[in-house]
Every structure is written in structure tokens, then in C-alpha cells.
Design a binder for this molecule. Structure first.
Ligand code: PMP
Length: 364
């Protein structure tokens, strides 16, 4: 008897490796490896979660009516043009699954979010990986990679793991250069960390264009990563098609209530953003002052540190882990010389710099 055969493209998928919260020997460490909010969850969201999660035997609202209404009011988007999923991860999967299949191509950048390749291969499509421009998204390289088989382009802005940002003009040029038959997925997981003047125009494109999907998440600045609340905004036609394949009950009653409450806590968001701006800037300066280390300019809540001298990223990763800090070393993503470090509390950032400085001095 033969066993069920996985589709050949499924076995070509390298499994996603989540950020660590423990060291190799099981010690709990400070987690600077998954770009979560160091301030936790807004108190109002915790309370709403507790109050809502009372009837655990009942299914949640499959249509997420209240959450969609809250999103519509907050962002000025139409409630009936929203898709949602178990984290924006799922929304990315829905985009690939709705618009691509075997024989089709999906483009993403070389140093891009790992889920793009998984979502592409999962549906039997072919990932087309384009080069960066000094770690930043290269619009011309993406446009040059488009063929008649291209169905989707994934672009994160700011990008993960580089933290780099594509300005409004670049995104407009990218969209203008794509055939209307190609879906441009603008993944804005970190958009709330941008300054207001840095609006990349994504929501406006999704509002007015037939081929743009913007994705967002409650996992980052809103401090709700455990609850897996992601959403997307696009034309009615795109959303209508995507709804056909989503899981009927994307997120729990508690998750929906917590997300609505988090959306309303403007102070928490503003405080998270200003802390992040300040300590990201400080951290990048400190890193750049260490010989052999370089911080890639970031507009997100993390910094990609490049190790180009005597200290390797692997050595720094291990030293930080030994000191109680989990960071993200990325050899599997073509960055054996890179560590992605989430901006944590002031004490954490000072300590991380001290550990890096010790390693540089040791290697000198
Ligand atoms: N997009 C990007 C660029 C990300 O970095 C992440 C989180 N690592 C996600 C999407 C997915 O986030 P979530 O599924 O928690 O919404």
C-alpha cells in the first residue's frame, strides 16, 4: 500500500521558523525576535477580551460585523471591502490562493517576509525572487521581473526583515508599471510605526484601483500578536473572491473585542510609536559607531544589523542569547551576516548595545 503523496511543491516548502522565546537550553529570554510591542497589550483590550469571552460554546461572529465597522470608522475604508484572517499571514495566503496556481508566478524581493514564498509554493505557483537595492525594495527590478505568468506581487512597506521603506512615489510607480491583471499586495504590517508624513498611499490605491490589496495586522503596534487578527482592503471584486476560500471563523470573540478596543486606544499607539522612533534612532546610531557593524535604515519596529567586520552575526546572536536576548539571525533568508533586532524597552536596548560592544572589543 502506498502512502498519500504530498503535492511535490508542498515538499519544496522550507517550514517557517518562528522567533524564539527561550535559549537552546530552555531558559526564558527577552524576546526581541518577533517584532512584538514591548509595552504589551492596551489595558482596554485586555478588559474587552475578558468581558467578551464568556460564551465559549458559541461560534464567534463569522462576518466580524463589529470589527469591520470599527475598522471602517477608524481608517475611512468601506466595511464591505474588507477581508480578514487568522493574522495577516492568512490574508497573504488567501491572496495567493485566490489569484495564483500551478504555472503562475508570484514576485517578492530577496530579503522579504518568509511567508510570501510559503504562500506561493503552497498553491503550486512559482516564486520569482528579485534583487534588492542595498537591502531596500527595488521597484525597477520588480517591474523587470514581470512576465505574462505573473499573478501577484508581494511588497511589504516597511519591509521585513530589512525595515526599509518605499516612498509614495515608488509605490505609485510600481503600481503604474504593473499590468492591471497583476494583484499588488501591499503588506503594511508595520505601517503604524511610520510618521504621518510617510503615508505610502496604499489605502488610497486600494480604494481606487482594481488590483491593489492592502494588508494590516493587530500583531505589532496594537500589541495583540497572540490573538491573530489580520485584515485586508481591496476592491469589492477582489474581496468577494477571497471570501470564498477563507476559514469561516477567522478569529475568536475575544480577539474581535480586543482588536476593537485596541483600535480605540490612540494614546497607547502614539506612545508605542514615539518610544520606537526614539530608541530605534538611538540604537542605529550606537550600532553604526561600532566598527564592522552597520544598521540598515529602518522605519519599522526593528533594525537589521549587518556584521561586516571581525564579529560575525552568528557570534553576536549567541552572545545576545547568552545574555538573555533572543534576536533573529537569518541565514535561511540569505542573511547569514544579518541580525534582526526588535526595538524593546530602553533597558533592553542599552543592554543589547553593551553586549555588542563587548563582542567588538573582544574581537579587536
Ligand atoms: N507581514 C509582515 C511583513 C510581517 O513581518 C508579519 C509578521 N511577522 C506579518 C505580515 C504577519 O503578521 P500576523 O500574521 O501576525 O498578522
Amino acid at each position: 500500500m502506498t502512502a498519500p503523496a504530498p503535492k511535490p511543491w508542498i515538499l519544496g516548502i522550507a517550514p517557517y521558523i518562528p522567533g524564539r522565546a527561550t535559549s537552546e537550553d530552555g531558559r526564558k529570554v527577552a524576546k526581541l525576535s518577533s517584532n512584538e510591542n514591548p509595552f504589551g497589550t492596551p489595558e482596554a483590550a485586555r478588559a474587552a477580551y475578558r468581558d467578551a469571552a464568556t460564551q465559549l460554546e458559541r461560534y464567534p461572529d463569522a462576518a466580524a460585523v463589529d470589527l469591520r465597522a470599527a475598522l471602517a470608522a477608524h481608517y475611512g475604508v468601506e466595511a464591505d471591502r474588507l477581508i480578514y484572517g487568522t493574522g495577516s499571514d492568512e490574508v497573504l495566503h488567501l491572496a495567493a490562493g485566490t489569484f495564483a496556481g500551478p504555472g503562475d508566478e508570484i514576485i517578492h524581493v530577496r530579503y522579504g517576509f518568509a511567508v510570501y514564498e510559503i504562500a506561493t509554493r503552497r498553491v503550486g505557483a512559482t516564486p520569482v525572487v528579485v534583487a534588492d537595492r542595498d537591502y531596500a525594495t527595488d521597484v525597477d527590478a520588480i517591474l523587470a521581473a514581470v512576465t505574462e505568468r505573473t499573478k501577484v506581487v508581494f511588497v511589504a512597506n516597511p519591509n521585513n526583515p530589512t525595515g526599509t521603506y518605499s516612498a509614495r512615489d515608488d509605490i505609485a510607480r510600481l503600481h503604474a508599471g504593473l499590468p492591471r491583471s497583476v494583484l499588488l499586495v501591499l503588506d503594511q504590517a508595520y505601517t503604524e510605526y511610520l510618521e504621518p508624513e510617510d503615508d505610502d498611499g496604499g489605502l488610497e490605491l486600494a480604494r481606487t484601483q482594481p488590483n491593489v490589496l492592502v494588508t494590516r495586522t493587530f500583531s505589532k503596534i496594537f500589541g495583540l500578536a497572540s490573538e491573530r487578527v489580520g485584515w485586508g482592503y481591496a476592491s469589492a471584486e477582489i474581496i468577494n473572491a477571497m471570501h470564498r476560500i477563507r476559514a469561516p471563523f477567522a478569529f475568536s470573540v475575544g480577539a474581535q473585542a480586543a482588536a476593537i478596543a485596541a483600535l480605540g486606544d490612540a494614546d497607547f499607539v502614539a506612545h508605542s510609536r514615539s518610544h520606537n522612533r526614539m530608541w530605534r534612532g538611538w540604537f542605529a546610531e550606537q550600532v553604526d559607531a561600532l566598527p564592522g557593524l552597520r544598521a540598515v535604515p529602518s522605519k519599522a519596529n526593528f533594525v537589521l544589523v549587518l556584521f561586516e567586520g571581525a564579529v560575525t552575526a552568528e557570534v553576536a546572536y549567541k552572545a545576545l542569547m547568552a545574555a538573555g536576548y533572543a534576536t533573529r539571525w537569518l541565514p535561511g533568508q540569505g542573511l547569514p551576516h544579518g541580525l534582526r533586532i526588535t526595538i524593546g524597552t530602553e533597558a533592553e536596548m542599552r543592554d543589547v548595545v553593551a553586549v555588542l560592544r563587548t563582542e567588538v572589543e573582544r574581537a579587536a
